[in-house]
Write a protein that binds this ligand. Structure first.
Ligand code: HEM
Length: 415
Protein backbone atom coordinates (compact mmCIF):
# COMPACT_ATOMS: atom_id res chain seq x y z
CA UNK A 1 0.00 0.00 0.00
CA UNK A 2 1.43 3.34 -1.00
CA UNK A 3 1.76 5.71 1.95
CA UNK A 4 2.58 8.96 0.16
CA UNK A 5 -0.93 10.32 0.53
CA UNK A 6 -2.40 8.50 3.54
CA UNK A 7 -6.13 7.97 2.95
CA UNK A 8 -7.15 7.95 6.62
CA UNK A 9 -6.44 9.73 9.89
CA UNK A 10 -4.23 7.61 12.14
CA UNK A 11 -6.16 8.65 15.27
CA UNK A 12 -9.85 7.55 15.34
CA UNK A 13 -10.77 10.26 17.87
CA UNK A 14 -9.31 12.91 15.60
CA UNK A 15 -11.37 11.49 12.74
CA UNK A 16 -14.58 11.76 14.78
CA UNK A 17 -13.84 15.36 15.76
CA UNK A 18 -13.02 16.31 12.17
CA UNK A 19 -16.33 14.82 11.01
CA UNK A 20 -18.41 16.52 13.68
CA UNK A 21 -16.85 19.95 13.19
CA UNK A 22 -16.36 19.90 9.41
CA UNK A 23 -16.89 23.27 7.72
CA UNK A 24 -16.26 23.49 4.00
CA UNK A 25 -15.40 27.15 4.45
CA UNK A 26 -12.74 26.38 7.06
CA UNK A 27 -11.59 22.85 6.28
CA UNK A 28 -8.95 21.01 8.35
CA UNK A 29 -5.23 21.47 7.71
CA UNK A 30 -4.08 19.39 4.74
CA UNK A 31 -7.62 19.13 3.34
CA UNK A 32 -6.66 20.82 0.07
CA UNK A 33 -3.61 18.60 -0.37
CA UNK A 34 -5.40 15.40 0.67
CA UNK A 35 -9.16 15.53 1.37
CA UNK A 36 -9.66 11.75 1.62
CA UNK A 37 -9.04 11.28 5.37
CA UNK A 38 -11.69 13.95 5.99
CA UNK A 39 -14.09 12.30 3.55
CA UNK A 40 -13.67 8.87 5.17
CA UNK A 41 -14.15 10.44 8.60
CA UNK A 42 -17.35 12.14 7.47
CA UNK A 43 -18.75 9.03 5.82
CA UNK A 44 -18.07 6.91 8.90
CA UNK A 45 -19.14 9.34 11.61
CA UNK A 46 -21.56 11.83 10.06
CA UNK A 47 -22.45 10.90 6.48
CA UNK A 48 -25.20 13.50 6.12
CA UNK A 49 -23.30 16.29 7.81
CA UNK A 50 -24.92 19.57 8.73
CA UNK A 51 -22.62 22.46 7.83
CA UNK A 52 -22.51 25.60 9.99
CA UNK A 53 -24.31 27.55 7.22
CA UNK A 54 -27.31 25.17 7.48
CA UNK A 55 -26.55 23.16 4.34
CA UNK A 56 -25.57 19.48 4.26
CA UNK A 57 -22.47 17.70 3.01
CA UNK A 58 -22.95 14.19 1.59
CA UNK A 59 -20.13 11.67 1.58
CA UNK A 60 -21.92 8.36 0.81
CA UNK A 61 -22.15 7.13 -2.76
CA UNK A 62 -25.78 6.02 -2.43
CA UNK A 63 -26.92 9.41 -1.07
CA UNK A 64 -25.14 11.36 -3.83
CA UNK A 65 -26.59 9.07 -6.50
CA UNK A 66 -30.10 9.46 -5.08
CA UNK A 67 -29.79 13.26 -5.29
CA UNK A 68 -28.43 13.20 -8.85
CA UNK A 69 -31.29 10.97 -9.99
CA UNK A 70 -34.13 13.03 -8.53
CA UNK A 71 -34.20 16.31 -10.42
CA UNK A 72 -37.70 17.11 -9.16
CA UNK A 73 -36.69 17.17 -5.49
CA UNK A 74 -33.12 18.47 -5.99
CA UNK A 75 -32.78 21.51 -8.20
CA UNK A 76 -29.67 22.78 -10.01
CA UNK A 77 -31.00 26.34 -10.16
CA UNK A 78 -28.47 28.58 -8.44
CA UNK A 79 -30.28 31.96 -8.47
CA UNK A 80 -30.82 31.90 -4.72
CA UNK A 81 -27.33 30.71 -3.84
CA UNK A 82 -25.48 33.03 -6.23
CA UNK A 83 -27.45 36.25 -5.58
CA UNK A 84 -25.70 36.98 -2.25
CA UNK A 85 -22.41 35.48 -3.43
CA UNK A 86 -22.02 37.56 -6.61
CA UNK A 87 -24.50 40.42 -6.25
CA UNK A 88 -25.56 42.18 -9.45
CA UNK A 89 -22.58 41.20 -11.57
CA UNK A 90 -21.45 39.54 -14.77
CA UNK A 91 -20.44 36.46 -12.77
CA UNK A 92 -24.05 36.18 -11.56
CA UNK A 93 -25.39 36.65 -15.09
CA UNK A 94 -22.96 34.08 -16.42
CA UNK A 95 -23.42 31.30 -13.92
CA UNK A 96 -27.21 31.64 -13.73
CA UNK A 97 -27.50 31.36 -17.52
CA UNK A 98 -25.34 28.23 -17.82
CA UNK A 99 -27.22 25.01 -18.46
CA UNK A 100 -25.45 23.26 -15.60
CA UNK A 101 -27.01 25.67 -13.10
CA UNK A 102 -30.52 25.52 -14.52
CA UNK A 103 -33.54 23.24 -14.44
CA UNK A 104 -35.94 22.63 -17.32
CA UNK A 105 -36.96 24.33 -19.57
CA UNK A 106 -33.66 26.21 -20.21
CA UNK A 107 -31.60 23.17 -19.29
CA UNK A 108 -33.50 20.87 -21.65
CA UNK A 109 -33.31 23.31 -24.54
CA UNK A 110 -29.57 23.93 -24.34
CA UNK A 111 -28.72 20.34 -23.47
CA UNK A 112 -30.56 19.00 -26.51
CA UNK A 113 -28.72 21.35 -28.84
CA UNK A 114 -25.29 20.55 -27.39
CA UNK A 115 -25.82 16.82 -27.01
CA UNK A 116 -26.59 16.52 -30.70
CA UNK A 117 -23.06 17.70 -31.48
CA UNK A 118 -21.34 15.00 -29.40
CA UNK A 119 -22.34 12.08 -31.61
CA UNK A 120 -20.21 8.91 -31.60
CA UNK A 121 -19.08 9.86 -35.10
CA UNK A 122 -18.01 13.35 -34.03
CA UNK A 123 -16.05 11.83 -31.14
CA UNK A 124 -14.44 9.19 -33.36
CA UNK A 125 -13.38 11.98 -35.74
CA UNK A 126 -11.37 13.55 -32.93
CA UNK A 127 -9.13 10.52 -32.42
CA UNK A 128 -6.68 11.31 -35.20
CA UNK A 129 -6.25 15.08 -34.61
CA UNK A 130 -5.91 14.60 -30.84
CA UNK A 131 -3.29 11.87 -31.37
CA UNK A 132 -1.34 14.12 -33.75
CA UNK A 133 -1.56 17.01 -31.29
CA UNK A 134 -0.33 14.87 -28.37
CA UNK A 135 2.50 13.36 -30.42
CA UNK A 136 3.68 16.86 -31.35
CA UNK A 137 3.73 17.86 -27.67
CA UNK A 138 5.64 14.67 -26.80
CA UNK A 139 8.22 15.41 -29.53
CA UNK A 140 8.87 18.79 -27.94
CA UNK A 141 9.31 17.14 -24.51
CA UNK A 142 11.72 14.54 -25.93
CA UNK A 143 13.83 17.30 -27.41
CA UNK A 144 14.12 19.04 -24.01
CA UNK A 145 14.50 15.87 -21.91
CA UNK A 146 12.30 17.43 -19.23
CA UNK A 147 8.79 18.81 -19.07
CA UNK A 148 6.07 20.25 -16.94
CA UNK A 149 3.28 17.70 -17.26
CA UNK A 150 0.68 20.45 -16.82
CA UNK A 151 1.93 23.25 -19.06
CA UNK A 152 3.49 21.02 -21.72
CA UNK A 153 0.75 18.39 -21.99
CA UNK A 154 -2.27 18.39 -19.67
CA UNK A 155 -3.24 22.03 -20.24
CA UNK A 156 -2.23 22.13 -23.88
CA UNK A 157 -4.59 19.38 -25.07
CA UNK A 158 -8.05 20.53 -23.84
CA UNK A 159 -7.69 24.10 -25.11
CA UNK A 160 -7.11 22.80 -28.62
CA UNK A 161 -9.87 20.21 -28.45
CA UNK A 162 -12.49 22.65 -27.19
CA UNK A 163 -11.21 25.30 -29.58
CA UNK A 164 -11.72 22.85 -32.46
CA UNK A 165 -15.16 21.86 -31.22
CA UNK A 166 -16.37 25.45 -31.39
CA UNK A 167 -14.10 26.24 -34.36
CA UNK A 168 -12.41 29.13 -32.54
CA UNK A 169 -9.63 30.39 -34.86
CA UNK A 170 -6.30 29.04 -33.57
CA UNK A 171 -4.66 32.46 -33.29
CA UNK A 172 -7.48 33.59 -30.95
CA UNK A 173 -7.20 30.76 -28.40
CA UNK A 174 -4.52 32.43 -26.26
CA UNK A 175 -6.75 34.02 -23.58
CA UNK A 176 -9.26 31.13 -23.33
CA UNK A 177 -7.47 29.22 -20.59
CA UNK A 178 -6.97 32.22 -18.32
CA UNK A 179 -10.61 33.31 -18.76
CA UNK A 180 -11.83 29.85 -17.97
CA UNK A 181 -9.64 29.39 -14.87
CA UNK A 182 -10.78 32.78 -13.56
CA UNK A 183 -14.50 32.12 -14.08
CA UNK A 184 -14.49 28.64 -12.59
CA UNK A 185 -12.17 29.80 -9.80
CA UNK A 186 -14.98 32.11 -8.71
CA UNK A 187 -17.08 29.01 -7.85
CA UNK A 188 -14.89 28.16 -4.84
CA UNK A 189 -16.79 27.92 -1.52
CA UNK A 190 -14.86 30.94 -0.21
CA UNK A 191 -14.12 33.78 -2.62
CA UNK A 192 -11.41 36.43 -2.14
CA UNK A 193 -11.99 39.94 -3.55
CA UNK A 194 -9.15 39.27 -6.03
CA UNK A 195 -10.76 36.02 -7.25
CA UNK A 196 -14.05 37.86 -7.68
CA UNK A 197 -12.47 40.75 -9.62
CA UNK A 198 -10.50 38.34 -11.79
CA UNK A 199 -13.66 36.35 -12.55
CA UNK A 200 -15.62 39.50 -13.37
CA UNK A 201 -12.93 40.74 -15.78
CA UNK A 202 -12.81 37.32 -17.41
CA UNK A 203 -16.58 37.22 -18.11
CA UNK A 204 -16.39 40.75 -19.58
CA UNK A 205 -13.42 39.87 -21.80
CA UNK A 206 -15.00 36.60 -22.88
CA UNK A 207 -18.33 38.28 -23.78
CA UNK A 208 -16.60 40.97 -25.85
CA UNK A 209 -14.69 38.34 -27.75
CA UNK A 210 -17.71 36.08 -28.31
CA UNK A 211 -19.98 38.84 -29.60
CA UNK A 212 -17.51 39.24 -32.44
CA UNK A 213 -17.03 35.51 -33.00
CA UNK A 214 -20.80 34.87 -33.05
CA UNK A 215 -21.40 37.73 -35.52
CA UNK A 216 -18.78 36.25 -37.84
CA UNK A 217 -20.24 32.76 -37.52
CA UNK A 218 -23.76 34.04 -38.20
CA UNK A 219 -22.42 35.59 -41.41
CA UNK A 220 -20.47 32.43 -42.34
CA UNK A 221 -22.00 29.37 -40.63
CA UNK A 222 -19.92 26.22 -40.16
CA UNK A 223 -21.04 22.59 -40.46
CA UNK A 224 -23.62 22.09 -37.69
CA UNK A 225 -22.78 18.37 -37.56
CA UNK A 226 -19.32 19.25 -36.25
CA UNK A 227 -19.32 22.85 -35.13
CA UNK A 228 -21.03 23.24 -31.77
CA UNK A 229 -21.09 27.03 -32.08
CA UNK A 230 -23.01 26.95 -35.37
CA UNK A 231 -25.34 24.45 -33.77
CA UNK A 232 -26.03 26.66 -30.79
CA UNK A 233 -26.63 29.68 -33.04
CA UNK A 234 -29.01 27.83 -35.34
CA UNK A 235 -30.88 26.11 -32.50
CA UNK A 236 -33.11 23.15 -33.03
CA UNK A 237 -34.91 22.20 -36.22
CA UNK A 238 -38.29 22.87 -34.57
CA UNK A 239 -37.34 26.49 -34.00
CA UNK A 240 -36.27 26.46 -30.34
CA UNK A 241 -33.53 29.07 -30.17
CA UNK A 242 -31.45 30.59 -27.43
CA UNK A 243 -31.68 34.25 -26.51
CA UNK A 244 -28.46 36.26 -26.95
CA UNK A 245 -27.40 36.06 -23.25
CA UNK A 246 -28.30 32.35 -23.13
CA UNK A 247 -26.25 31.75 -26.25
CA UNK A 248 -23.16 33.68 -25.14
CA UNK A 249 -23.08 32.35 -21.58
CA UNK A 250 -23.54 28.76 -22.64
CA UNK A 251 -20.70 29.06 -25.14
CA UNK A 252 -18.55 30.34 -22.29
CA UNK A 253 -19.71 27.47 -20.12
CA UNK A 254 -18.81 24.81 -22.70
CA UNK A 255 -15.42 26.39 -23.27
CA UNK A 256 -14.83 26.37 -19.52
CA UNK A 257 -16.32 22.98 -18.68
CA UNK A 258 -13.87 21.08 -20.80
CA UNK A 259 -10.70 22.88 -19.79
CA UNK A 260 -9.49 22.58 -16.26
CA UNK A 261 -11.38 19.36 -15.58
CA UNK A 262 -9.65 17.56 -18.45
CA UNK A 263 -6.27 19.12 -17.65
CA UNK A 264 -6.67 17.71 -14.17
CA UNK A 265 -7.68 14.27 -15.44
CA UNK A 266 -4.41 14.03 -17.40
CA UNK A 267 -2.23 15.60 -14.69
CA UNK A 268 -3.81 13.64 -11.82
CA UNK A 269 -3.50 10.43 -13.82
CA UNK A 270 0.20 10.78 -14.62
CA UNK A 271 0.92 11.81 -11.02
CA UNK A 272 -1.09 8.92 -9.52
CA UNK A 273 0.81 6.46 -11.71
CA UNK A 274 4.09 7.77 -10.27
CA UNK A 275 2.75 7.03 -6.80
CA UNK A 276 1.59 3.55 -7.88
CA UNK A 277 4.52 2.13 -9.88
CA UNK A 278 3.03 -1.39 -10.07
CA UNK A 279 -0.08 0.01 -11.69
CA UNK A 280 2.05 2.07 -14.06
CA UNK A 281 3.95 -1.08 -15.03
CA UNK A 282 0.69 -2.94 -15.56
CA UNK A 283 -0.66 -0.23 -17.85
CA UNK A 284 2.56 -0.03 -19.85
CA UNK A 285 2.54 -3.82 -20.29
CA UNK A 286 -1.15 -3.84 -21.26
CA UNK A 287 -2.00 -0.59 -23.08
CA UNK A 288 -5.47 -1.95 -23.79
CA UNK A 289 -6.22 -1.15 -20.13
CA UNK A 290 -6.12 2.58 -20.93
CA UNK A 291 -9.94 2.80 -20.97
CA UNK A 292 -10.40 1.34 -17.51
CA UNK A 293 -7.34 3.26 -16.32
CA UNK A 294 -8.94 6.59 -17.30
CA UNK A 295 -12.14 5.65 -15.43
CA UNK A 296 -10.05 4.72 -12.41
CA UNK A 297 -8.19 8.04 -12.41
CA UNK A 298 -11.55 9.82 -12.66
CA UNK A 299 -12.74 7.88 -9.62
CA UNK A 300 -9.53 7.94 -7.59
CA UNK A 301 -8.68 11.63 -8.02
CA UNK A 302 -11.88 13.20 -9.37
CA UNK A 303 -11.13 16.46 -11.18
CA UNK A 304 -14.42 17.88 -9.97
CA UNK A 305 -14.74 17.03 -6.28
CA UNK A 306 -17.96 18.82 -5.32
CA UNK A 307 -21.46 19.18 -6.75
CA UNK A 308 -24.40 21.25 -5.52
CA UNK A 309 -28.18 21.05 -5.42
CA UNK A 310 -31.00 22.74 -3.52
CA UNK A 311 -34.12 20.95 -2.27
CA UNK A 312 -37.39 22.01 -3.93
CA UNK A 313 -39.54 20.43 -1.22
CA UNK A 314 -39.21 18.73 2.15
CA UNK A 315 -37.16 15.52 1.73
CA UNK A 316 -35.63 12.77 3.80
CA UNK A 317 -32.11 11.99 2.75
CA UNK A 318 -29.99 9.29 4.36
CA UNK A 319 -32.38 9.34 7.32
CA UNK A 320 -32.20 13.13 7.79
CA UNK A 321 -35.27 15.34 7.25
CA UNK A 322 -34.61 18.56 5.33
CA UNK A 323 -37.00 21.38 4.47
CA UNK A 324 -37.44 22.92 1.01
CA UNK A 325 -34.65 25.33 0.15
CA UNK A 326 -31.83 23.34 1.82
CA UNK A 327 -28.40 23.62 0.16
CA UNK A 328 -26.71 20.30 -0.48
CA UNK A 329 -23.06 19.69 -1.36
CA UNK A 330 -22.43 16.35 -3.04
CA UNK A 331 -19.01 15.05 -2.10
CA UNK A 332 -18.09 13.49 -5.43
CA UNK A 333 -14.53 12.80 -4.27
CA UNK A 334 -15.91 11.23 -1.08
CA UNK A 335 -18.56 9.12 -2.87
CA UNK A 336 -15.91 7.82 -5.23
CA UNK A 337 -13.94 6.42 -2.25
CA UNK A 338 -16.98 4.81 -0.60
CA UNK A 339 -16.14 1.17 0.26
CA UNK A 340 -19.84 0.26 -0.01
CA UNK A 341 -19.55 0.82 -3.77
CA UNK A 342 -15.83 0.35 -4.50
CA UNK A 343 -13.92 -2.54 -2.91
CA UNK A 344 -10.57 -1.33 -1.50
CA UNK A 345 -11.39 2.23 -2.55
CA UNK A 346 -8.02 3.80 -1.68
CA UNK A 347 -6.19 1.52 -4.03
CA UNK A 348 -5.56 2.65 -7.60
CA UNK A 349 -6.50 -0.30 -9.82
CA UNK A 350 -6.10 0.47 -13.52
CA UNK A 351 -8.23 -2.55 -14.43
CA UNK A 352 -11.07 -1.83 -11.96
CA UNK A 353 -14.45 -3.04 -13.18
CA UNK A 354 -17.23 -2.29 -12.55
CA UNK A 355 -16.44 1.35 -11.88
CA UNK A 356 -19.64 3.38 -11.68
CA UNK A 357 -17.92 6.50 -10.39
CA UNK A 358 -19.64 9.87 -10.09
CA UNK A 359 -16.79 11.97 -11.53
CA UNK A 360 -19.08 13.09 -14.37
CA UNK A 361 -22.12 13.38 -12.11
CA UNK A 362 -25.20 11.33 -13.01
CA UNK A 363 -28.79 11.80 -14.16
CA UNK A 364 -30.12 14.66 -16.31
CA UNK A 365 -27.02 16.86 -15.91
CA UNK A 366 -24.43 14.14 -16.43
CA UNK A 367 -21.40 15.65 -18.16
CA UNK A 368 -22.28 16.30 -21.80
CA UNK A 369 -18.60 16.13 -22.80
CA UNK A 370 -17.71 12.91 -20.99
CA UNK A 371 -16.70 11.03 -24.11
CA UNK A 372 -14.54 13.94 -25.26
CA UNK A 373 -12.78 13.96 -21.88
CA UNK A 374 -12.32 10.19 -21.94
CA UNK A 375 -10.79 10.34 -25.42
CA UNK A 376 -8.38 13.11 -24.43
CA UNK A 377 -7.39 11.30 -21.23
CA UNK A 378 -6.86 7.97 -22.96
CA UNK A 379 -4.75 9.40 -25.76
CA UNK A 380 -2.68 11.80 -23.63
CA UNK A 381 -1.95 9.31 -20.84
CA UNK A 382 -1.55 6.33 -23.18
CA UNK A 383 0.81 8.00 -25.66
CA UNK A 384 2.85 9.64 -22.90
CA UNK A 385 3.40 6.32 -21.10
CA UNK A 386 4.30 4.50 -24.29
CA UNK A 387 6.86 7.16 -25.16
CA UNK A 388 8.32 7.91 -21.71
CA UNK A 389 7.78 4.81 -19.52
CA UNK A 390 10.61 5.84 -17.17
CA UNK A 391 9.42 9.42 -16.44
CA UNK A 392 10.15 10.65 -12.92
CA UNK A 393 9.68 13.76 -10.82
CA UNK A 394 12.30 16.47 -11.34
CA UNK A 395 11.03 18.80 -8.59
CA UNK A 396 8.14 19.26 -6.20
CA UNK A 397 4.71 19.22 -7.87
CA UNK A 398 2.51 22.24 -7.06
CA UNK A 399 -1.14 21.55 -6.26
CA UNK A 400 -3.94 23.91 -7.25
CA UNK A 401 -5.01 24.13 -3.60
CA UNK A 402 -8.74 24.29 -4.20
CA UNK A 403 -11.69 22.31 -2.91
CA UNK A 404 -13.86 22.00 -5.99
CA UNK A 405 -11.34 21.45 -8.77
CA UNK A 406 -8.61 19.01 -7.79
CA UNK A 407 -5.39 19.11 -9.74
CA UNK A 408 -1.89 20.50 -10.11
CA UNK A 409 -0.52 23.78 -11.36
CA UNK A 410 2.80 22.16 -12.19
CA UNK A 411 4.42 18.70 -12.21
CA UNK A 412 8.08 18.93 -13.29
CA UNK A 413 9.44 15.66 -14.67
CA UNK A 414 12.43 14.21 -16.47
CA UNK A 415 11.39 12.13 -19.45
C1 HEM B 1 -12.41 15.02 -16.89
C2 HEM B 1 -13.12 15.96 -17.46
C3 HEM B 1 -14.48 16.37 -17.02
C4 HEM B 1 -15.11 16.20 -15.80
C5 HEM B 1 -14.56 15.52 -14.54
C6 HEM B 1 -16.43 16.80 -15.92
C7 HEM B 1 -17.37 16.79 -14.89
C8 HEM B 1 -18.66 17.24 -15.03
C9 HEM B 1 -19.68 17.12 -14.01
C10 HEM B 1 -19.50 16.51 -12.62
C11 HEM B 1 -20.83 17.65 -14.52
C12 HEM B 1 -22.21 17.66 -13.86
C13 HEM B 1 -22.49 18.85 -13.03
C14 HEM B 1 -23.79 18.72 -12.25
O1 HEM B 1 -24.59 17.79 -12.42
O2 HEM B 1 -24.02 19.58 -11.39
C15 HEM B 1 -20.52 18.14 -15.85
C16 HEM B 1 -21.41 18.78 -16.68
C17 HEM B 1 -21.08 19.23 -17.94
N1 HEM B 1 -19.89 19.05 -18.62
FE1 HEM B 1 -18.27 18.09 -17.95
N2 HEM B 1 -16.58 17.31 -17.18
C18 HEM B 1 -15.42 17.07 -17.88
C19 HEM B 1 -15.15 17.41 -19.19
C20 HEM B 1 -16.02 18.05 -20.03
C21 HEM B 1 -15.77 18.37 -21.42
C22 HEM B 1 -14.49 18.01 -22.18
C23 HEM B 1 -16.86 19.05 -21.88
C24 HEM B 1 -17.15 19.62 -23.25
C25 HEM B 1 -16.50 19.37 -24.31
C26 HEM B 1 -17.81 19.11 -20.79
C27 HEM B 1 -19.06 19.68 -20.87
C28 HEM B 1 -20.02 19.63 -19.87
C29 HEM B 1 -21.34 20.21 -20.01
C30 HEM B 1 -21.89 20.94 -21.22
C31 HEM B 1 -22.01 19.97 -18.79
C32 HEM B 1 -23.40 20.42 -18.38
C33 HEM B 1 -24.37 19.31 -18.59
C34 HEM B 1 -25.75 19.64 -18.06
O3 HEM B 1 -25.92 20.48 -17.18
O4 HEM B 1 -26.68 19.02 -18.58
N3 HEM B 1 -17.27 18.50 -19.69
N4 HEM B 1 -19.20 17.85 -16.14
Amino acid sequence: MNQRTPPRFADPDAARTVAQTFDLRRPPADYYANPYPTYHALREHDPVHRLPDGGYFLSRYADCLAVYKDTAAYSSDKQREFAPKYGDSLLFEHHTNSLVFNDPPLHTRVRRIIAGAFTPRAIADMEQPVTALVDGLLDAMAAKGRADLIADLAAAVPVEVIGNLLAVPRAERGPLREWSLAILGALEPVLTPEQRARGERAVAGFLDYLRRLVAERRARPGDPERDVLTRLIQGEADGARLSEPELLHNIIFILNAGHETTTNLIGNGLFALLEWPEEKGRLIARPELSRTAVEEVLRFESSNQLGNRITTRAVELGGVAMPAGTFITLGIGAANRDPAEFPDPDRLDVAREPNRHLAFGSGAHICAGLNVARLEGRIAIGRFLARFPGYRLAGAPVRGGRARFRGFLSIPVKV
